[in-house]
Design a protein around this ligand. Structure first.
Ligand code: ATP
Length: 456
């Protein structure tokens, strides 16, 4: 950024996020050396740390913090009847149109009404085909034959793995209604248009929790889960003015759903769905009862052995879409100098410490005179409890900037005084303040800072 940079140049854009992700090893295009694979992305060293931290935070909130929610890891390949029962074979379609001239593909429901009416391509003005239904499930074959009898699907959502295991879990874990089953895993959708980086991809990860309740209690639990899911984002530092609720109108509501709300985040391209909270009624277990012939009724021993098909309240979030929201929300460019050059600005990712890919960076002021050895000793003390990194190259100011750019909340600097008095400098990412503290207090001080963290 040159001398004449304006404040506007420092606004967030998707291009900046994509470029930072590639430069610093968060997210790479899949198979890039072959020209890239559309709709697929690879998570680099910092990306996988970030993704793991988000999924760990979600898992903690959903399982560790609740007595009545247990986990599951179901397989991606499921019996094909599952997808008939769920309605995906019949209904999991998007309306597709092609341009006969430039061959671009569009989702008809994403086109302007005028283009659709006139059948005119928004890109080149060419003629559009009629709208046809396109099923989003990836199909493949299992076993040595490739005829219709061996067709199998890559799951388009993790939820069905939970429904088909509902009875196993009731029986093995003696779960009593109301209770939930949580799962994190890959899902696949043959999306017609993939754009906006990792927002909409063909391979992605979901974090879903299905909560089984007594019919009649569903509305109460629906409200409760709306509250809890909203609180999750607040707890992990998302700015609340970037979130809003969107209630599904009658034309958006799935035929089985009684009520549905999306939590939307304001991405650089506008407010978009981040997570859905759905009241799915008894549709899912009802359909699996019908298609499998197995009795999936719950016997409510606390209510005189009353039998019923439970209602389900679902919370369904994209893990990879969450990662994009956490990245966009953390991204900031801040003026920190007046030299009239690029050094006046720093890029900083203001992640909540529990989300940040690296918690503490340890930096010796110099490599020589035993400072590197001392810094490594201190890093060894920290790494049992925190994710750490070590950097000894370049001026200390530049090293701080490098850590700011990847969102490391704490830097520990080891200097000549450290050798004498066993103290270190602890530097805070957000305020850039530095405090001098005894080495033996470092771990407890960082712990305390994490506990009391508030985004500025
Ligand atoms: P959309 O309307 O954006 O296609 P959806 O309403 O079909 O999404 P759900 O089926 O409710 O989405 O999936 C739950 C969550 O999974 C979404 O809120 C989103 O975070 C995530 N998700 C869905 N499809 C994708 C995708 N193609 N790429 C990345 N994440 C996705």
């Amino acid at each position: 950024m040159g001398k004449n940079a304006k404040v506007d140049d420092h606004k967030i854009s998707m291009e900046k996020i994509v470029s930072l992700c590639k430069r610093r090893g968060f997210v790479f295009q899949s198979s890039e050396i072959y020209g890239g694979q559309n709709g697929a992305w690879d998570y680099g060293p910092l990306g996988i740390e970030l993704k793991n931290n988000i999924s760990r935070a979600w898992w903690k909130e959903m399982t560790q913090m609740h007595d009545n929610i247990v986990g599951l890891d179901a397989s991606i390949l499921m019996h094909p009847r599952t997808w008939e029962a769920s309605g995906h074979v019949e209904n999991f379609t998007d309306p597709l149109v092609d341009c006969k001239k430039c061959k671009s593909r569009f989702r008809a429901d994403h086109l302007e009404a005028e283009n659709l009416e006139k059948k005119e391509c928004p890109d080149c003005g060419g003629e559009l085909t009629d709208t046809r239904k396109f099923n989003l499930m990836f199909k493949t074959n299992i076993g040595p034959t490739d005829d219709n009898s061996s067709v199998i699907y890559l799951r388009p959502e993790t939820a069905q793995g939970i429904y088909v295991n509902y009875k196993n879990i009731v029986q093995s874990s003696r779960m009593k209604i109301p209770f939930g089953i949580a799962q994190i895993g890959k899902a696949f959708r043959n999306e017609i248009v993939t754009k906006n980086f990792i927002f909409r991809t063909c391979e992605f990860e979901q974090m879903e929790m299905q909560f089984f309740v007594k019919p009649g209690d569903d509305e109460k639990w629906f409200e409760q889960w709306k509250k809890e899911r909203w609180a999750f984002y607040e707890k992990y530092g998302i700015r609340m003015n970037k979130l809003r609720w969107h209630q599904h109108g009658p034309d958006e509501l799935a035929h089985y759903a009684k009520d549905a709300y999306d939590i939307e985040y304001e991405f650089p391209m506008g407010f978009k769905e981040l997570e859905g909270v759905h009241n799915r009624t008894d549709f899912d277990l009802g359909r699996h009862t019908e298609y499998s012939g197995k009795d999936l009724q719950y016997i409510d021993q606390e209510n005189g052995n009353q039998k019923y098909i439970p209602y389900i309240v679902e919370t369904s979030a994209g893990l990879t879409r969450n990662l994009l929201a956490f990245l966009c929300d953390a991204y900031d460019e801040e003026k920190v100098g007046d030299k009239g050059n690029a050094d006046d600005w720093r890029t900083v990712l203001r992640f909540h410490p529990n989300i940040a890919p690296t918690m503490v960076a340890v930096l010796p002021l110099m490599k020589k005179d035993g400072l590197a050895e001392l810094a490594k000793e201190i890093q060894a003390e920290l790494r049992e409890e925190f994710t750490t990194s070590y950097d000894q190259s370049g001026a200390i100011g530049k090293r701080y900037r490098r850590q700011d750019e990847v969102g490391t909340p704490f830097c520990v600097t080891v200097d000549y005084d450290s050798k004498e008095d066993d103290s270190v400098t602890l530097r805070f990412r957000d305020s850039m303040e530095q405090v001098r503290i005894p080495r033996k207090e470092l771990i407890s001080r960082i712990r305390e800072e994490i506990k009391n963290y508030k985004r500025v």
